[in-house]
Structure formats: structure tokens, C-alpha cells
Design a protein around this ligand. Sequence first.
Ligand code: ZN
Length: 341
Amino acid sequence: MLVANENSQLVMANKARVGSEYTCPTCHQPVRLRHGKKMVAHFAHLPGADCVMNEGETAEHLLGKQQLFDWLVLHNLAPGLEVYLPQINQRPDILFNNGGVQTAIEFQCSPLSVQRLRERNGGYRQLEIIPVWVLGKPYRRRLSRAKIAQFTQVFGGQPAILYWNTQQARFEYQQGYYYCSFSKKRLTAERIIRRQSLALSRPNVRQAAISHLVFSSNVALSCCPLVCHDTVPSWPVTNSELIYWRIAVVLYLGRQPLFAMWKASTWQHLLTQLGQPFWLDFTCLDNGLNQSAISCLTTDLQRAGVIKKYSDHLVLCRHPKWFNSLEAKLAAITDYYSAMA
Ligand SMILES: [Zn+2]
């Protein structure tokens, strides 16, 4: 920790003096001032101390916390360091008033489960504090879809993962997670559809599990109608490739009678329900991002003439066409795109 009590006054470790006596602001047990080459100045409980706030912070965590605090001071945001909030038994790394909104910064360097993150956010919500999760170096690896969703926050209307770079003492926004199913590269729509069709034709364990769970019918996923393919990159919202959810919707539509009709709100609800096995948990957002995936598929279905909009209703006008074989589909893709060229 970076602050301790000295005669009931809070003192920051980088202003503390060797030889003085300090106590922990939470448990009031004695703590020792430490500083060396690898770690910024900080306080540590004595061995065996029993304190709820004793979390064994890493050098990266202590350094980042100090830097974030300094950064907020520099921007005249009057931050509080390690302020203990007894009502919720939490101690955010930094607490500050952001234009009238109490804001907590958590600099996260260690693993954190969705469950723990939800509890911490819930605590802050109780006190009307907005938490901001800033990730450190251990999170600078290839993040799984679930981890991306867990720490996705929206800045300036755009989803991003927020990092603090301790080497350069600055914020970094990672926004490079827009992908199409089975394709991280920016390719033409034609090439993406080919890639996705081939990927769906390969037997694979994950796919088998999804097919078993979601697609009770014994369909060859690779022969799915062209409208199933997502060719516009999107932020991850599903636990497996987005195309599986889109196929689930198209399969459902295939089982409905022509001219079936949905009110706009029922349609939203239906597509959300059909995505239940797939949606990721956006722990830091009030609303997940699946709305954008729903809008995108709705537009694609309208463009393909599968559904049409009549005032505030959507009407099923055509059943999406499945292919008899992968070869027939690949040939149809070639024909379609050469006719467009
Ligand atoms: Zn303590």
C-alpha cells in the first residue's frame, strides 16, 4: 500500500521518513516503510499480520498506482489514494471526483474472476461510484473473448480495454478487437465467406459441442445460407464465433411459416433469446453490446429479402436458402461476386 497513518495523519510512502512509526489505516497494526530499486516506496504489514487489505501487491501494481495518482494530481483532479469505504468494505486504488461523479480507479494486475469483478462493481454501484478498470502488464497477452468482454468499457461511445503503461506512465486504449468469424484479417466479403464456409466444414470439437447444444437438426453448418455470414468486423459479443448465433437465428426463421410477423420489440427479444447460449458477460457495462450484433443481422436479413419491414412490424417473406453441398456453395459465391464485379 502507498499510504499509512503517522500520528493519525495519512502519509504517502514517497513522503515518509525512515525511522518513523506507521500504522495501517484499515487495521491499525504497525506497517513498515519499504523502498528499493525494484519497488516504489510503499508500506507493508509485518509478517503474519491479519488484515483484509493485505493483498500482496506486485511491483507493477504499486508503481502503476503511484503513477496514476500522480497523473490525476497533475490534472488537478484531487485524487484520494487507497481510501477505505467501510460501508462496502472495499478500498479502491484511487478515488476522485470526476466533474461531480465519484469515480474509483482500479489498477488490475492480478487475475480476477467475473464473480469478484461483479461484486466489486456492485459495491461501487451501491455508493453511486463509477468504477474504471485499468489493466496492467499481466493482461497484455492475447485475451480470450470472455476476458475482453469482462473488461470492456465504453469511452467516447466506443468499446475499449483500458491499460496503464507503467514504462511510459500513460493510458492506452486497446480497440483492436473487431473481427469477423474465423477471420482476424481485413479481407473482402467474398474471401471472408469462403474462409468461414471452409472453417465450418472442418470437423472440430468445439463446433460439435455447439451443434449438439444449439442446432438440434443435423445440418451441415458449412452449407448455411449466405446471409448467415458476418462480413463486417465486430467487437466480440459471443463466446464462440458470431456466425453460430447467426446460423441459430436463420435456422429458427427456416422453421417459421412464411409471413410470420413480429413487432419490433418482440423481434429484439427473440434474437436475444436465441443468443442465450452465446452471449458473453459484459461485467463492466450496464447493457451488453449484443444490440449492435442484433441490428447488424436484422439489416442483413432485410437486404437479403428474408424479412421486410411494414410500419413497426417485421415480416418473414422468404426462407433463407441452404446449399446442398459445400462445393455448390463455393461455386455460388464465385458466381455471385463475379456478377457484382
Ligand atoms: Zn492493515
